[in-house]
Write a protein that binds this ligand. Sequence first.
Ligand code: ZN
Ligand code: ZN
Length: 273
Amino acid sequence: MLVTSLASSSKGNATLIRSARAAVLVDCGLACRTIEPLLGAAGVRPEQVQAIFLTHEHGDHVQGVGALARKHRIPVICTAGTAHALREKHLRDLTPQTICAGDTVQLADLDVTSFAVAHDAAEPLGFVLHSAGVTVGLATDLGSWDDALVGHLRPADLLVIEANHSREQLLASAYPWAVCQRIIGPYGHLDNHEAGALLAAIAADGRPRDVRLAHLSDQANTAAYAVKTVRGVLAEAGVSWLRVRAFPRIASPYPHKLHTWSSDQLLQQSPLF
Ligand SMILES: [Zn+2]
Ligand SMILES: [Zn+2]
């Protein structure tokens, strides 16, 4: 599998996931005119995208979904709650395929299973994608986590997990107090420490995994600080077997600069017997 981040921040989120015979987007939080060249740089024509899965209705996840889906006839898949929230502005004449948390959608050789997350949206989801023995788990936009979430994500070889903000940087930022409270709250966003604790819980089984920190705040985090903090939390928990990096906030439209995770890396990193 290939996982390419096209955008990952509070200003826009879109992840391209490819198996041998399928290509899907999770979220489409960039303008259509921005996402088309990024797909091209990844070697994918928009019409080759078989579905756009939406995590929830916030603008940083849906900005270009209507235009891209309409122009290239791409099915949109989301919960009824997300569809209802988007019906007037973004989806209008489009009829999304609605799913419930726990449902699995099969597209060629790719299975996409959803799970509920705690976020202040109508009916938000995370996703686990599986193809040919490789599993990718995505959970962004969640204010808290529990054992059920750990269970959903534990099969993943690649974990794309939100490390939204540094609590100290957020409280010192220009955000109004009410916004800070929303972000910090149980239905807001995970901070770097909370992301680290979630990863430590998932990693308690001792299995090595790749991690990409995602949805970094533009005003209250940096990639280097997020990675350093999460690695620190993992070290304190005695977890040394996760390979942690951060997704760039927005991809460069040059092929050699796109941040793509490949499951081939798993083979290269596996010990030889
Ligand atoms: Zn959100
Ligand atoms: Zn978001």
